[in-house]
Ligand binder design. Structure first.
Ligand code: NAG
Length: 498
């Protein structure tokens, strides 16, 4: 018997599950890990706009009533075409945000939960769709940047760091991108010649290294590193897997493959969690690498089931449960709290500055911790969350954007006396923040909403300053035939560029 099968179905010690017969629409007897604990639901590949999606949403609500999660971990592929005529979203106020998301996950037990989100490949399939998802404003739509971290306190001296990462460029820079994805990569300045993939991997490894003293490190991305390893994994995703293993991360969570699967890998140190059937299901994709020490199940009814997953972490272990759209608890896996790894150092070769506009991430210091725990210990006792969860981390770039939009609001409601109090995050003397982005969406659309600008235009440094303050809006990396442009350049910088 493998010592690492701590939470495996039918082998659990502290947690007892009865595995119902396949297809039986009955939730298994269920006991939660004792609190205090962090509790969340996990769902991926959900935005199909069909009855499969709503079936999963309904079960998520039922499960949330039992477990009282603090968040929903969103694995990407948020907006498929569905009944619309386009993939992804076309605007920051696209009606899909309501009809495919907010109005679907509106059950009483989930409607107030924050969605800690990443994007999937389908979220890149319309021009600038990835940016619109980033800019969409809803208190529960948590996507502060393409790469960001969150850190929660679970118990006294016990912490979990979550890294939310963008895997699309890692997956497709060697080919295989579709629709507008390549155009979107180019618009963002992401390219292998700019070593964007190397920089992204460097950010990931260095963020993991910063969290090395935490008992749990959970990395969340869209594409599999393991579950379909050897089939869908690109060289950069394989490099990502090596980083996860090198640092003994607690878990990697992914969607993309529209099935559910789980493995205990890396000599019992790492959970590989796949939950990609939140809105559609397709055939199971087995890993080519079979060096796992535990497998969720070989039950084909699970692997071909719609569903979602449940995460719970207490001071001793991290556990994931897989639940089908008919409410069947199909299985559970867990690994113990990690100990800090030693004798390894992160590769800093390609680590870039915190506000590298071409990479769109920041390596901000770990945020102030926030306790997100619940003390629920069983489904038969009524419970109260010990502490209300709040979001912890936003990256530098998004912080600037948010500040900017607040500035705009202030100036429109008070008409005067706005500029002096709102310039603290600005750099560059020529930016007039009161004029920033007035009533317009962020001018990030290179050369589609305004004229291309020649670098020689930027004599005053205004554009570059904007790009540094708002890296979503202007690509300040001159060259590579990617002249930045903004459509409101006159208002902001006071000059017109031809
Ligand atoms: C990862 O965990 C294993 C098992 O506990 C341990 O042998 C190994 O040294 C750890 N890795 C590092 C880099 O510390």
């Amino acid at each position: 018997m493998n010592a690492y099968l701590i939470g495996l179905v039918l082998t659990a010690a502290s947690t007892v599950y009865a595995l119902p017969a396949a297809g039986v629409n009955t939730a298994a007897p269920f006991t939660l890990l004792p609190g205090p604990a962090f509790d969340a639901l996990i769902v991926g590949d959900w935005g199909t706009d069909n009855s499969d999606q709503t079936a999963v949403a309904a079960q998520m609500n039922i499960w949330a009533a039992k477990t009282q999660p603090s968040a929903i971990i969103n694995l990407g592929d948020n907006f498929y075409q569905g009944q619309a005529s386009y993939e992804a979203v076309q605007a920051v106020n696209d009606p899909k945000f309501a009809s495919y998301w907010k109005n679907v996950y509106n059950g009483d037990s989930i409607k107030s939960l924050p969605w800690w989100s990443v994007l999937g490949n389908h979220d890149w399939y319309t021009v600038n769709s990835q940016i619109y998802e980033l800019e969409y404003q809803d208190p529960n739509w948590i996507l502060p940047d393409f790469f960001y971290t969150k850190r929660v306190q679970i118990d006294t001296g016990v912490f979990a760091t979550f890294l939310f990462i963008e895997t699309d460029f890692l997956a497709y820079n060697a080919g295989g991108s579709k629709n507008a994805m390549d155009q979107n990569f180019q618009a963002m300045g992401w390219s292998t010649s700019a070593k964007t993939n190397k920089k992204q991997l460097a950010w990931i490894e260095n963020a993991i290294a910063q969290a090395n003293n935490d008992q749990y490190i959970i990395v969340v991305g869209h594409h599999p590193t393991y579950t379909c390893g050897g089939k869908d994994s690109s060289p950069d995703l394989q490099a990502l897997l090596a980083i996860l293993n090198k640092w003994n991360v607690s878990a990697y969570m992914n969607g993309h493959s529209h099935s559910m699967a789980g493995y205990v890998t890396n000599n019992g140190k790492t959970l590989q969690v796949q939950s990609g059937s939140g809105g559609q299901v397709s055939s199971y994709c087995a890993p080519v690498d079979t060096s796992f020490s535990a497998q969720l199940t070989t039950d084909q009814s699970l692997e071909a089931s719609l569903g979602f997953s449940h995460l719970r972490i207490n001071k001793n272990q991290i556990q994931v449960d897989w639940i089908t759209s008919s409410g069947t608890l199909v299985g559970s896996l867990s690994v113990p709290a990690r100990v800090p790894v030693s004798g390894v150092v992160p590769d800093k070769t390609y680590l870039t500055s915190p506000t590298d506009a071409s990479v769109h991430f920041s390596l901000a210091p770990l945020p102030a911790t926030t306790s997100v725990v619940n003390t629920k210990t069983s489904t038969t006792t009524s419970t109260t969350k010990a502490i209300t969860p709040t979001s912890t981390t936003v990256s530098i770039a998004k912080t600037s954007l948010v500040t900017s939009s607040k500035t705009k609001t202030t100036s429109t409601t008070t008409t005067t006396t706005t500029t002096t109090t709102t310039t603290t995050t600005q750099t560059g003397p020529t930016i007039n923040p009161a004029k920033w982005n007035q009533g317009k969406k962020c001018a990030h659309d290179p050369c589609s909403t305004g004229s291309a600008l020649d670098p020689s235009c930027d004599k005053s440094g205004c554009l570059t300053a904007i790009g540094n303050a708002y890296p979503y809006c202007v690509n300040v990396h001159w060259g590579n035939n990617k002249a930045p442009c903004v459509d409101s350049i006159y208002d902001i910088c006071g000059f017109v560029c031809q």
